[in-house]
Every structure is written in structure tokens, then in C-alpha cells.
Design a protein around this ligand. Sequence first.
Ligand SMILES: Cc1cc2nc3c(=O)[nH]c(=O)nc-3n(C[C@H](O)[C@H](O)[C@H](O)COP(=O)(O)O)c2cc1C
Length: 379
Amino acid sequence: MRAQLARDFERFGSELPRDFAGHIREAYRIDLAARYLGFPLPHPIGKGSGQLSLSQEQLENDRAAGLAFAVLKTVIAEDSAGIRAMDAWAIHETRMKVETVRSASGLEGWTVTWKGRGWDRSFESYLELVRAAGEMTRSGGMLALPSVKYHLPRVDESFREGEYRHTTERLAQAWGGEALALEKDFSPTLAGDSLSDERGRILRWLEEVPALIRRSAGGTTVQVALKLMNARHGDSFQLDMVEAAGGADALVCFNRLWSAERRVAYGGYDLSERNLRALAAVKSARVHRPPLSGTGNVSSGRMILEYAKHGCESVQLHTFFQLPLSEYPASAGSRTQRALHALLFHPESGLIAGMLDLEESGRIHRREGELRFLDVQHS
Ligand SMILES: Cc1cc2nc3c(=O)[nH]c(=O)nc-3n(C[C@H](O)[C@H](O)[C@H](O)COP(=O)(O)O)c2cc1C
């Protein structure tokens, strides 16, 4: 199998087959089946919300590459009069800088430095994208779902329910189908904002928002994922947040770190180390929690497995899809294809190699002849 892996790595570097998950199942007897928000996925690798899912063309390229799912850029919620409580998040910024970053532990990784925030075009234009995402999901091409930033009140305020209602109803209509799936974003810029000074305020949001979104959908069922921030209140507060968010249908753990000094969000190994530390605390506390999707510095198949060992059933990447082309071992294909090729087939750091190693060390076992990605969380 190792020899086959070396061969596949070589030949798929010039062209990745669309049904690579089928090939992996046949050739290695490895079932990469994964899950996000109740949707079965052919493998665990998806795209996190952001600048890489702003258009139908981007979605179509990702579908063609074989990505498992994509989360659309976060839109800022509005009420029927077009008023947005979180208006400060709808700012326009195009320049992104992809650069290396060294973690406190001395590891070199990548980060994207960018001062923008949410969707900066009209809500109507977002709804058009959501329509295409709904069709793509229903046709079985690729799961694609919206992401929203809704009003978040101070402790003595109530939620602006009109904003929740208008936005959720319109999204449900546009996405179509019987149930809407969406992510609610708690972003690093929110973590750095004075709104997030108080722990009690954040915990109240996490407790109340899932039910509020569900009852704002005009009768459509909503599957709600909360994308949790890395709050400024220390590692143990991440566990408090996961506990408070128990009413969600899934949690995305955890969005980028906030640099108060540079006033930008960042990633790299500081992010994955903190996330994995917090997820280890969640695992050992055995709290009741929704299913998890991991995000943060996923830059190899081995890192996917680290998130999986800590309970994640899928992963959401952004930075690794933005690297300079010279950083990918593949010589052809879109960035998504090149990234998938490295994440899956790299003979040392790829997902297949990592699964075979877990088998050799006795941490996972074949069932009916197959190794299963979803078994890794119990290893
Ligand atoms: C330029 C940029 C824009 C992003 N915009 C959003 C966003 O609008 N909503 C959101 O939930 N996450 C956003 N993210 C976070 C990513 O989806 C992802 O969770 C995070 O960057 C960690 O993964 P990574 O280390 O693979 O980049 C953004 C990230 C980057 C780099």
C-alpha cells in the first residue's frame, strides 16, 4: 500500500481524479466518509467561510475539484428595512497578504493578513449565491451553505428579532428545500471587540442564538452550526463556550486568533495548538456537546487526523487553499485540487499515510476489511 501511495502521489500530481474518495476506498480499503451538520460527506475536507466562496464560479470550481463542502462568505444580517445592527462588519477590503508566521512554540506556518470583515455587497446578491448553493447541495454536487453574522446584544438588551426573522426567512427561501443549513459566525474581530468583554454576555449568546434562529425561519427547519471564536478569556473559557453552545446542531472549532497589537486575525501553529488544547479539554471533560467540525491551520493530512482524534467529523480550511503555487507538490490543477492532492496523498504527511500509521500502531482497526475516518474520533 505504501508503494501504491508513492505511485498515486506521483501520478495524481498532474491530475487528481474527481472521485478520489472512491479510488481510496477501492485501492486502500479506507473509507473517508465524514459528516457536517447532519450531511454525509465523501471525505472530511471542506472550505471555511471567507474570501474563497464569494461567487458561483468559485463554488463550481470547488465542486469540480471534488471538495466535500463549502461555507459561503459570512453575510451581515438585516431587517426588512435593510438595517443591520452589525453594520460595522460589512466593510470592503480586497487586499490579502499570504505570509509565513512563527508560533510561540517555534513552528513556521502560514497566515493570511486581511483587514476586511463580512460580505460587502447587497443582501440580494448574497441571496443569488445562496440559490446556487442550495441547488448544488440538492443535486448532490457539493454541500454549500450560507454563513451569517446576526445582531448580538449587551446583557441588558434583547435580541433584534426582526433582523433574525427577515434574514433567516429570506435565506431559507433562497436555499430552497425542506431544511436550511447555516453557520452563525462568531468571528475573531468580534472576539477583539468590546462587545465580547464580558464572559456572561458571550455565554448568553451561545445559549440563546440556536433556538432564536430556528424560530425565525417561518416554519422551515434549520440546522444551525455555531462557529465559535477564540475568546480573549483564556483556554478554559473555550470549554465553557462549548458547554453553553449545547443547543446547536454542530460547532466549528475555533475561528482565528485575534492580535490586539496588530488589530488583525491570524492563524498558523499558535491557532492549531490552542484549538487542539481546548478540544482535548472538551474531550476529557466529557461534556454533552454537538458534533464538531475543526478549523485552524489544517495544512496536512496529519493535522486533519489531530482534529479527528479530538472529536471532529470534518475540517474547514481557508489558508491552505491560498498558498503560493510553489508550496504544493502537484504540478497542475486548481489550488483546491493541488491542496487536496497534498492533504490526501502525500506519502509522509497525507491523510492516507496517517490512517495507515494509526492502523499499524493499533489505534484504529479494519472493520469488514476497511479503515474508517469516522472511527478516528474514538481512537
Ligand atoms: C481572509 C479570510 C477571511 C475569512 N472570512 C471569514 C468569514 O467571513 N466568516 C467566517 O466564519 N470565517 C472567516 N474566515 C475564517 C476561515 O473560514 C477559517 O475558519 C480560519 O481562517 C481558520 O482556518 P485556516 O487556518 O485554514 O485559515 C476567514 C479567514 C480568512 C483567512
